[in-house]
Design a protein around this ligand. Structure first.
Ligand code: DUC
Ligand code: ZN
Ligand code: ZN
Ligand code: ZN
Length: 484
């Protein structure tokens, strides 16, 4: 069985050129002119791009007393509908739980995935067992460890734990990720706001100002530098965090930043909406920011100081959001976006002239494939690469609405937005999952993608060895000050 995609323009992170693409056994086997296969997909007028990779999703995630509503099946189906052919979810051990035990639970949950997937392992507590198990986790093809600097009393780890875990990552050739918000300050601000009678969703953004993110980003960067590891900062939402990343990169550190499509296109005026439900449905952390912060994120994508656009897809139903009536700190944090990331970024990035098509491919797929050490299996249109492809029709339009979305929740934060630029076909390892906006069901088709440890980079920049092994100063007793 072979499939040929004919008549389109191949668009990668580097190049755009006219060619047909031949797919056999789930792999790209030939790229060239006048190719033929058993099945032909007409790509006339379309761009053939690497399928999107969303490195930040929470499917069926236990969180804030409930579970996020989309599971691996509906979540990956939403991804495919919007041209995303791979997701990376966060395996989340409960504090005290074995990492391997949590991993077994995640493996069970992801059996229904319609597209390929991988995991980041979260370090939600610290101890000898975690230290030991991290090696086994790396052995299972998970080379990234997530740390929450917020969610005090739940997922948060503090600085000694982060430093120990980052140092362990360094030994194992793994990379730490951080959710950068100062959880102690957030908890204090939340209590202050509640005490003053501010219990609505509009208070959420005031409890998590850009400063708490900027502080945590700077702190994580310094700790990563001392531990001698690269660092990936998830959901970079403001100038303060972006500035920290720029500065670190300028010094030569491998620090990566990931804006979300929500932060790029929606702003904090959403929280002032008179309808409680409208505002609560947009509560996520970090919160939506103002226009100035949005401009900073776009500038980062343009200049390369920010590398990846993700979603943090963490969908909660309207009913789940209502757990927080009367207390904004109990509104489950999270918004959806998997289906809309690529069309929204094309519409607001490429069509406005902010990003080139090649930059679009870089920030939705290729950069993260490289950062997570799975390129060119993923993120490439190349002979030998997985045939995770999207045939992108730049002229196809729709109005985003929850009525026709794949996500199981009953609303969409992008409701009513017009997008131009949608998949004509989405292929997951050669299998057509979307054809002219019609989904073809394939639960269980998705496979786990293992990722090898990183080569030793960034060590040269670390001051860690100086800190742990200072040259001992030899003193003669007579030179010592009294009392020493
Ligand atoms: N932020 C969210 O909004 N949801 C999931 C976890 C997170 O950090
Ligand atoms: Zn501690
Ligand atoms: Zn987060
Ligand atoms: Zn997240």
């Amino acid at each position: 069985m072979s499939t040929v995609i004919k008549g389109g323009t191949v668009v990668t992170a580097d190049l755009s050129y006219e060619a047909d693409v031949l797919v056999e056994g789930g792999i790209i086997t030939e790229i060239g002119k006048n190719l033929s296969g058993n099945e032909t997909l007409d790509a006339t007028g379309c761009y053939i791009m690497p399928g999107g990779i969303d490195p930040h999703v929470h499917l069926e995630m236990p969180f804030m007393g409930t579970h996020s509503a989309d599971n691996f099946e509906s979540g990956t189906r939403a991804g495919l509908a919007g041209g995303t052919t791979m997701v990376v979810d966060f395996c989340l051990p409960e504090p005290g739980q074995s990492l391997m035990e949590a991993l077994a639970i995640w493996q069970q949950k992801s059996g229904s995935a319609c597209s390929d997937y991988s995991y980041h392992m979260a370090v939600t507590w610290w101890g000898e067992k975690v230290f030991d198990e991290m090696e086994e986790v790396v052995g299972r093809g998970i080379n990234t460890f997530k740390h929450f600097m917020a969610y005090k009393g739940a997922l948060m780890v503090d600085d000694d734990e982060m430093f120990a875990s980052f140092s362990r990552c360094s030994e194992l050739g793994a990379m730490p990720l951080v959710h950068a918000e100062n959880g102690d300050v957030v908890a204090t601000l939340q209590q202050k706001l509640l005490a003053a009678g501010n219990n609505g969703p509009e208070a959420h953004a005031f409890s998590r100002p850009p400063e708490v993110e900027g502080e945590a980003a700077n702190r994580a960067i310094m700790i990563a530098d001392m531990a001698g590891v690269p660092l990936y900062i998830v959901h970079t939402s403001c100038e303060q965090a972006h500035e920290a990343i720029r500065r670190a990169r300028q010094k030569g550190m491998r620090v990566y930043g990931e804006p979300l499509i929500q932060h790029l296109t929606l702003d904090d005026s959403e929280y002032a909406h008179p309808d409680w439900d409208h505002a609560a449905r947009r509560v996520m952390s970090p919160p939506f920011r103002d226009k100035k912060n949005q401009d900073s994120l776009w500038a980062g994508l343009q200049s390369g100081s920010l590398q990846v656009v993700a979603t943090d897809h963490c969908a909660f139903t309207a009913e789940q959001k209502r757990f927080g009536i009367g207390d904004f700190t109990k509104i489950p944090n999270g918004t959806g976006g998997l289906e809309d990331r690529m069309p929204m970024l094309w519409t607001h990035g490429v069509r406005t002239g902010r990003l080139t098509m090649n930059e679009f491919v870089a920030v939705t797929s290729t950069n993260i494939a490289k950062i997570l050490n799975m390129y060119p299996k993923k993120g490439a249109v190349m002979v030998g690469a997985d045939a995770d492809l999207v045939v992108w029709d730049p002229n196809r339009s729709k109005t985003i609405t929850a009525k026709s979305q794949q996500s199981v929740i009953e609303y969409n934060v992008f409701e009513g937005k017009e997008v131009t630029g949608l998949p004509r076909f989405t292929l997951t390892r050669g299998k057509v999952a979307v054809e002219e906006s019609t989904m073809k069901d394939n639960p269980g088709h998705g496979k786990f993608v293992g990722r090898d440890p990183y080569p030793a980079v960034n060590k040269a920049l670390s001051k860690w060895k100086e800190i742990t092994a200072p040259r001992k100063v030899e003193r003669k007793p007579e030179n010592m000050p009294a009392g020493v």
